[in-house]
Design a protein around this ligand. Structure first.
Ligand SMILES: *Cc1c(COP(=O)(O)O)cnc(C)c1O
Length: 459
């Protein structure tokens, strides 16, 4: 499809020199990338694998340039990280300025304003108008670990409840919370204790049918917590308001507010892991905003800082301030360069209304994917919000048998055509779309044309 009304990319995303066009000069990956990949295989642990081994030399807006000069359309944003786009002028300026001033002191030794300013912004933007405090870390997993530490410390209880299909990271504690064995957990245990798993309110696969998911899931889950752990032993329930790696599973309306209220009634902290769904990705600042859910603690990372490593825990001041001085921290947490990038990234989101842009992208994605669903019975469900949309593939709409092989084949066909796509899902049968919000409509449309071609070539 050639978009007739194309929205120009937001101004700050087009400052540098990469044309917003797909260009294929060689097969993908090309000879230079293949050479680099040989070196990778000889130098990098086999445990670190690459989805599309086209080695990147530049990126801007919706385009990644590889070592052979191919220009790939980016539908992944480095897993929901470059929300404001690579090559964003505000980020480049803020980071360059900060690097020239100073790169590190360790906030716990010599503090600096940028750290405080990021915490102020987080406290302002996250749901709820109660007093809040934040603490900064390096990765999503580290933020989740610290949220668990805070919850246990504050409540004096041990039990943590996580969900089927959850992904919370790859450290030992967060692996205990992550639901999927391969590749994340396989033979990496034993895992941290006092972690419990309950079913996810997953409408498409809820045994009693999607229409009963909200009520049945909620009562089933609280009964299970009551019977198997006990409210008085449960420190926190942690949930991704839209699950990420597990398949972009959106719980039915009413489920999250009911769960948050139940937690409040039982002195259990409600932790929202917004590492993937936060910072405009879902069309709101945070996915919790959609139903006005106010978590006690929230974890953020990925889209927060335009690609610089930064993560945060933000929560009720009374909870966050019960921790003794020195109880939270880390050498690099809230690094000044990452903080400068976060401030520039948040400014971009505010000034260019990236929440609105995410909703426009949602409309385009759902329209085009809906047409695919009209053509192919393998499209089981299209779901998600904002620029966080997924398509679950099945071999048959009646049995809902997961079509993992087809998903992998389409993914490969997209890559070969210069479209960077990502899959997800515990069953490996979900296509997820996470374009940078700075992608223009022409590229978005072209990416969807390629997906259509890849689909046709693979079924
Ligand atoms: C990616 C992710 C994490 C882990 O973040 P890292 O920065 O990779 O440690 C945690 N929670 C969710 C919801 C995620 O998507």
């Amino acid at each position: 499809m050639t978009a007739t009304t194309s929205t120009p990319a937001p101004e700050s995303a087009t400052a540098a020199g990469v044309s917003q066009r797909r260009i294929l000069r060689t097969e993908i990956p090309g000879p230079r990338s293949r050479e680099l990949h040989e070196r990778k295989l000889a130098a990098v642990s086999a445990g670190v694998s690459t989805g599309l081994p086209a080695y990147v030399v530049a990126g801007q807006g919706g385009i990644l340039v590889d070592a052979d000069g191919n220009q790939l359309i980016d539908f992944g944003s480095g897993i929901a990280v470059t929300t404001v786009g690579n090559g964003n002028r505000r980020i480049i300026d803020a980071v360059s300025k900060q690097i020239a001033e100073f790169t590190h002191t360790c906030f716990m030794v010599n503090p600096y304003e940028e750290y405080v300013a990021v915490c102020e912004k987080l406290n302002e933007l996250t749901p709820g108008d109660h007093p809040k405090r934040s603490a900064l870390f390096n990765s999503g997993a580290e933020a989740v670990e610290n949220a668990v530490k805070v919850a246990r410390h504050y409540t004096g209880k041990d039990g943590i409840v996580a969900f089927d299909h959850a992904y919370h990271g790859r450290t030992n504690l967060t692996l205990a919370m992550t639901a999927k064995n391969m590749p994340y957990k396989h033979r990496f245990g034993p895992f941290a204790s006092e972690l419990y798993r309950v079913p996810m309110a997953y409408p498409y696969r809820w045994p009693g049918g999607p229409q009963h998911c909200a009520d049945e899931a909620f009562s089933y889950i609280i009964d299970q917590i009551h019977a198997q752990i006990g409210e008085e032993n449960t420190a926190a329930v942690i949930i991704e308001p839209i699950q990420g790696e597990g398949g972009f599973i959106v719980p039915p309306r009413g489920f999250l507010p009911a769960l948050a209220q139940w937690c409040r009634d039982h002195d259990i902290l409600f932790i929202a892991d917004e590492v993937q769904s936060g910072f405009c990705r879902s069309g709101d600042w945070f996915a919790c905003d959609d139903e006005g859910v106010v978590p006690d603690l929230m974890t953020t990372a990925k889209g927060i800082a335009g690609g610089m490593p930064l993560a945060a825990v933000t929560g009720r001041a009374d909870i966050m301030d019960t921790i003794h001085p020195g109880g939270l921290g880390g050498t690099y947490g809230g690094n000044p360069v990452a903080c400068a990038a976060a401030l520039a990234s948040i400014e971009t989101m505010e000034q260019e209304d990236l929440r609105g842009r995410a909703r426009q992208i949602e409309a385009t994605l759902k329209d085009r994917l809906g047409r695919l669903a009209d053509t192919y019975h393998q499209v089981g469900e299209i779901r998600g919000r904002g620029a966080m949309v997924a398509m679950e593939l099945v071999t048959d709409r009646e049995t809902k048998e997961p079509a993992a092989a087809l998903t992998a084949a389409i993914n490969k066909a997209c890559h070969a055509r210069g479209l960077v796509t990502l899959t997800c899902g515990t069953l490996g049968n979900v296509f997820r779309f996470l374009p940078p919000l700075s992608i223009d409509d022409t590229l978005l449309g072209e990416g969807l044309d390629i997906l259509e071609e890849a689909f046709a070539a693979s079924v």
